[in-house]
Design a protein around this ligand. Structure first.
Ligand code: NAI
Ligand code: MG
Length: 338
């Protein structure tokens, strides 16, 4: 039995961490076949299109994509391809588990999940400049869009996720005290959904800045967190920092028909091509993907192997304070899986 998935290696460290992940998937005995496609700067260079139609067709066909990071030029240039893919397939839920794998980080035994709304908020990209007194860029304006439909959908997803995964509590984070309309609607819609789960999953709401403080001060008091797009983007990096950083932070982008699995980190141009990248984030994302396609056994084997490999400081990459390079780490994982 094998499931075909679309693979996009991505830019910067993308090809390094993707190759590492494919070797680990093979060693874990995953039943997968790969449809390799282009995206990002690599695609611009090859076919002058950051998101070629063949890539979109492939994802539509397979329904599952494993994607390395894609470089987004700042300010000018094309818009984020990551955002474009999320939009194209309505990947509304961005699921980011934050779990301790490496002892000796900021905290021990962290086990949190952030569920980020992935299609609305400020990231809809409705923004423009306002000219004033001869300065065409005297001001700029971005529009935050929150819909009742989108808010209900993501909060319901968070509760269903909590139920399915034996989680105790959902915390909705917001800024309704200041942004009374947009964030107010998110909170109101969320509270309504929460009532459907009364007695099954605990619910609380917190202001986003207070949530950030609590995450740093007492992360054990939180469990599943749900929030709109930009808050989730920011707090997921903060949460990754609790357990060792972006090198160990996976993400699943879930839609009705299509799901895409990736690392939280970007293309890390500062270390690209040097063999220094920690591939753990994408490997963990691949384990989430295996669960998603109904292959929990190789997923569990990968999670055990990554834990065991990282337990030895000699296998840790530099981002985790070690000296190992990408291939040392992959070899250690493959030995664990062997
Ligand atoms: P980044 O996540 O690429 O790098 C931030 C820092 O973390 C760098 O010092 C980098 O060396 C380090 N780092 C990241 N991943 C690592 C890994 N696996 N192992 C070891 N160290 C790692 O963020 P940055 O530099 O802000 O963005 C670079 C590019 O990536 C930008 O074009 C950005 O738009 C894009 N990006 C793409 C994402 C995606 O494809 N989902 C997500 C975030 C950024
Ligand atoms: Mg981010």
């Amino acid at each position: 039995m094998s499931t075909t998935i679309t693979v996009i290696s991505g830019d910067g460290i993308g090809p390094e961490v993707t190759n590492a992940t494919l070797s680990v998937l093979e060693a874990a005995g995953a039943g997968l076949a790969y449809d390799h496609q282009l995206g990002g700067v690599a695609a611009v260079e090859a076919v002058r299109d950051p998101l070629p139609p063949e890539t979109l067709d492939s994802i539509r066909r397979t329904g599952v994509a494993l994607k390395g990071p894609l470089t987004t030029p700042l300010g000018s240039g094309f818009r984020s391809i990551n955002v474009a893919i999320r939009k194209e397939f309505e990947l509304f839920a961005n699921v980011r588990p934050v779990v301790t794998l490496v002892p000796g980080q900021r905290y021990e035994d962290i086990d949190l999940v952030l569920i980020r709304e992935n299609t609305e908020g400020l990231y809809v990209g409705v923004e423009h400049y306002i000219g004033l007194e001869g300065d065409p860029r005297a001001a700029a304006e971005s529009v935050m869009i929150i819909t009742r439909f989108g808010a209900e959908r993501i909060v319901r997803y968070a509760f269903e996720y909590a139920k399915e995964n034996g989680r105790k509590k959902v915390t909705l984070s917001h800024k309704a005290n200041i942004l009374k309309f947009t964030q107010g609607l998110f909170l109101e819609a969320g509270e309504e959904v929460a009532r459907e789960f009364e007695g099954e999953v605990e619910f609380e709401s917190r202001i986003i800045d207070a949530t950030a403080m609590l995450l740093v001060k007492d992360p054990y008091s939180l469990d599943v967190l749900v929030m709109e797009n930009m808050f989730g983007d920011i707090l997921s990096d903060l949460m990754a920092g609790l357990v060792g950083g972006l090198g160990v932070a996976p993400a699943a982008n879930i839609g009705k028909d299509v799901s895409m699995f990736e690392a939280v980190h970007g293309s890390a141009p500062d270390i690209a091509g040097k063999g220094l990248a920690n591939p753990s984030s994408l490997i963990l994302a691949a384990a989430m993907m295996l669960d998603h396609v109904g292959q929990p056994e190789p997923a569990a084997r990968i999670r055990t192997a990554i834990r065991e490999a990282l337990a030895d400081p000699g296998n840790r990459t530099r981002d985790l304070g070690g000296e190992a390079n990408t291939s040392d780490f992959v070899e250690a994982m493959i030995r664990q899986l062997g």
